[in-house]
Design a protein around this ligand. Structure first.
Ligand SMILES: Cc1cc2nc3c(=O)[nH]c(=O)nc-3n(C[C@H](O)[C@H](O)[C@H](O)COP(=O)(O)OP(=O)(O)OC[C@H]3O[C@@H](n4cnc5c(N)ncnc54)[C@H](O)[C@@H]3O)c2cc1C
Length: 370
């Protein structure tokens, strides 16, 4: 039983169906009707995409052995491996938690009232209006806590906002400040951080690292060191935590589910956690959720076939980064296979845009048959 049909849940169920067909029953539960790539949020904010246009409907999934249920999960008992939903209860032999990360708005008073968050699909859709109306004044992009999904995404937002204002001929009437708790835009890759800082410099974007927005009031944000910044537009990344149903299940420590990084096993028998919901020693991003899901799938397949235990999770994944002006860069992250965390930078180019498009198209075909 797979809880959540995001990057992790979709890859896990696709791989089990591919390898084992209807030899096993895979039930995937998600409250949504459709999956969308996280990066579609930027397309909704800056490229006029609608939520409907970026959604891939779960109804199109037709894989042997796989059933997708549209239900809201309301309780999880990891000891008994039972799951309660708004429709009833389910018993699993093996349970995989892939419910992603949720937001803790209470951690940043005033964010919900006076700011605009762009990390949920509803938030990104709602942010498009204030961005289109912003023609002068101070825009602050603020990350309210770490860890957060897709560490380069707020940098992408800053660059895309600057380009959008330039396109509209109002850039010189606007200031952009980007505040984040990390000391540099992408800490595991100094080269990526340097390239982003150079782009910020060339566009006049002020980067404030090592600080986080602590509280918002109308038109003003207080940072955790007491500094105050005025704003006319606040584009925020709320502090993250596991969904409430996971926290209430007692599986979390410091907001997320602790797992063995090598195997993605939790401390409960036959219960795994993959992706943003887990603390696996890797960044919170779709490619890592997908990589972790592959490891769990290999473990389950090996167990069923009586084969040797597969290789541990290597924590490798490539993230595409919008550098503005339609150019894309790529950072190849390796967090677990060697003695150090590394991030190799591939400079921005138009060719990498085609590669990112192919990344999306290949998942669409593999997971949805579209
Ligand atoms: C602006 C932005 C840009 C990004 N760009 C990239 C990128 O370029 N590359 C990349 O790899 N990642 C990117 N990401 C990050 C990526 O979207 C996430 O890290 C990824 O989706 C995590 O996958 P997951 O499977 O852990 O969880 P999710 O994909 O979040 O899936 C979790 C699922 O659980 C379901 N769910 C949650 N609670 C319940 C419940 N109670 N009952 C039923 N269902 C429930 C949800 O409906 C959801 O479908 C980006 C994120 C943002 C915000």
């Amino acid at each position: 039983m797979v809880l959540g049909a995001g990057f992790g849940g979709l890859e896990l169920s696709a791989m089990l169906a591919e390898e084992l067909g209807d030899r096993i029953e895979v039930t995937v539960i998600d409250r949504g009707d459709a999956f969308s790539f996280g990066y579609s949020k930027l397309d909704m904010m800056f490229r006029g995409a609608s939520l409907d246009s970026v959604g891939l409907p779960y109804a199109t999934i037709a894989k042997p052995g796989v059933t997708v249920l549209k239900e809201e999960i309301t309780a999880i008992d990891p000891e008994a491996r039972t799951v309660t939903t708004d429709r009833g209860s389910h018993q699993a032999d093996v349970l995989v938690i892939a419910l992603g990360a949720d937001f803790d708005f209470d951690a940043t008073p005033g964010l919900a009232e006076y700011g605009t968050e762009f990390y949920s699909f509803a938030g990104a859709a709602a942010a498009a209006g204030p961005i289109a109306d912003f023609n002068s004044g101070h825009a602050v992009i603020g990350v309210c806590g770490a860890p957060f999904k897709c560490p380069p995404a707020p940098s992408e937002c800053a660059l895309m906002l600057s380009d959008e204002l330039t396109r509209r001929g109002v850039r010189d009437r606007c200031e952009i400040t980007f505040v984040m708790p990390l000391g540099s835009p992408v800490p595991p890759s100094p080269e990526t951080s340097a390239a982003l800082m150079a782009e910020f410099d060339s566009r006049g974007i002020t980067f404030v690292g090592g600080k986080r927005p602590a509280r918002l009031e109308p038109g003003k944000v207080a940072l955790d060191d007491g500094t105050e910044l005025p704003f006319d537009l606040f584009l925020g990344v709320p502090k993250h935590r596991a969904p409430a149903v996971v926290i209430e299940s007692g599986m979390t420590e410091d907001g997320f589910v602790t797992v063995d990084s090598a195997t993605l096993k939790t401390k409960y028998e036959d219960v795994y956690a993959v992706g943003d919901v887990a603390t696996a020693g890797v960044p919170k991003a779709g490619v890592f959720a997908e990589g972790a899901a592959k490891v769990v799938a290999r473990e389950l397949i090996a167990e069923i076939r009586g084969e040797p235990v597969p290789e541990p999770y290597d924590g490798r994944g490539s993230c595409y980064i919008e550098f503005g002006e339609d150019r894309i860069a790529r950072v190849d992250i390796d967090f677990l296979s060697g003695p150090e965390k590394t991030g190799e930078f591939n400079p921005p180019s138009l060719a990498l845009r085609d590669e990112k498009d192919e990344f999306g198209a290949s998942r669409k075909a593999r997971w949805f048959g579209l």
